[in-house]
Design a protein around this ligand. Structure first.
Ligand code: B1M
Length: 213
């Protein structure tokens, strides 16, 4: 089943058109579910990119191309996840913290939260503590989600929570954190209300914080 490994290869090559064609093919032919494409092909494809990046056999420029192919793949499957955000189970504000440009994982978390029935406002990447505070004040979310992929930027999670506390905004919302370098005890240390290991875990965490089963 060449197609099965084809998506992974196309993500590694950074070939947007190939990723899109293969995903359309397997979805139209009902060969795979969106979850299978995401968990068995797109994410493993990016994991392989990560391995090669760490081994210095892939460079930032190539990783950027792979990221574009990854984003294109996620955009393809996104429409197969029901957008239940009008169920208004709650409002989540989310963003990648200051100094950090990684948003692939955050994008998957957003899709899963919307599918779970939450209205989600994505503030994008490189969001400063001040910007998070301004948007919490304005949007009054039930939950604020902070994403970081660099060890060096996790400090901005702590700074954001500190600022929200100082401005008495923690009365408005709970805060959850996540991203590869973020671990549960770090989340506790910085005073976050919750931590998500991956997208489904992020949904479980928000459900729990807002009193849903
Ligand atoms: Co960069 N990068 N990167 N990178 N990059 C990493 C993260 C790195 C681990 C690679 C490595 O090992 N060297 C390393 C960080 C090391 C560290 O600090 N721990 C690294 C580095 C060093 C860098 C640069 C500094 C490289 C350089 O320029 N010298 C630079 C930094 C730029 C910056 O941010 N200021 C850089 C740049 C980039 C790109 C921009 C080229 C690109 C990002 C493109 C984009 O996102 N639009 C990129 C990428 C793609 C990666 C890797 C290869 C893949 C990350 C990814 O998307 N994974 C990554 C290596 C790796 O494999 N980890 C690496 C797939 C994604 C589905 O998983 O993001 O973990 P993940 O998301 C998961 C969970 O984390 C969780 O759920 C998601 C879905 O399941 N989750 C949450 C995420 N956010 C959450 C929030 C939640 C809850 C759960 O609640 C709010």
């Amino acid at each position: 089943m060449e197609n099965k490994s084809g998506i992974i290869k196309a993500v590694i090559k950074g070939n947007v058109a190939e990723v899109q064609e293969m995903i359309d093919f397997v979805l139209d032919a009902n060969l795979m579910t969106p979850d299978e494409i995401l968990n068995n092909h797109l994410i493993p494809g990016m994991e392989e990119v990560g391995k090669r990046f760490r081994a210095n056999t892939m460079y930032v420029g190539e990783v950027i191309l792979s990221s574009r192919a990854m984003h294109a793949g996620i955009n393809r499957i996104k429409n197969y996840y029901p957008d239940n955000s009008l169920n208004k189970k709650g409002k989540v504000l989310i963003g990648t913290v200051a100094g950090d440009l990684h948003d692939i994982g955050k994008k998957i978390v957003v899709i899963f939260l919307r599918t779970a029935g939450y209205e989600v406002i994505d503030l994008g990447i490189d969001v400063s503590p001040e910007d998070f505070a301004v948007h919490v004040e304005k949007e009054r979310p039930d939950v604020l989600g902070l994403s970081a992929l660099l060890t060096t930027t996790t400090v901005w999670m702590a700074e954001t929570i500190k600022l929200l506390k100082k401005e008495k905004l923690l009365k408005i919302c709970k805060v959850i954190v996540g991203g590869d370098p973020v671990k549960p005890n770090f989340a506790r240390q910085i005073g976050a209300d919750g931590y998500g290991r991956d997208a489904p875990d992020a949904v479980r965490c928000v459900n729990r914080l807002l009193g849903y089963r």
